[in-house]
Design a protein around this ligand. Structure first.
Ligand code: NFA
Length: 103
């Protein structure tokens, strides 16, 4: 006799989709106090930007109020933003970075 009892029957349902982890933008916020050259140092050191990339991001924030620096997993985005803010604070500047999820 065939046995289809619950003790031997296997579960065959599968999940069709697993949500992808959301990515987060790190955004540089302009202020009136942090020197341009210091912003550039931070962008190069923390976000591994070239002189040219860093200059363009710094100037965009300077002129428009803010600029997306890069996109990372939530953990990396928050860690890098905090590192950058802490370095600025140690140097006596109010430089600010914020993170927000990508659409
Ligand atoms: N606005 C700052 C200045 O004129 C430079 C700056 C750029 C600060 C981008 C913060 C972000 N010294």
């Amino acid at each position: 006799m065939s046995d289809t009892g619950s003790d031997t029957k296997r579960k065959t349902t599968t999940r069709l989709k697993v949500a992808k982890p959301r990515l987060y933008k790190v955004i540089l916020v302009n202020d009136d106090f942090t020197p341009r050259e210091f912003v550039l140092v931070i962008l190069k050191a923390v976000f591994r930007m070239s002189e040219e990339q860093g200059y363009n991001v710094m100037m965009t924030a300077h002129q428009k109020g803010k600029c997306v620096v890069a996109v990372y997993s939530r953990d990396i985005a928050e860690t890098k933003a905090k590192e950058a803010i802490d370095l600025a604070k140690q140097a006596g500047f109010p430089l600010m970075f914020v993170t927000e999820p990508e659409d």
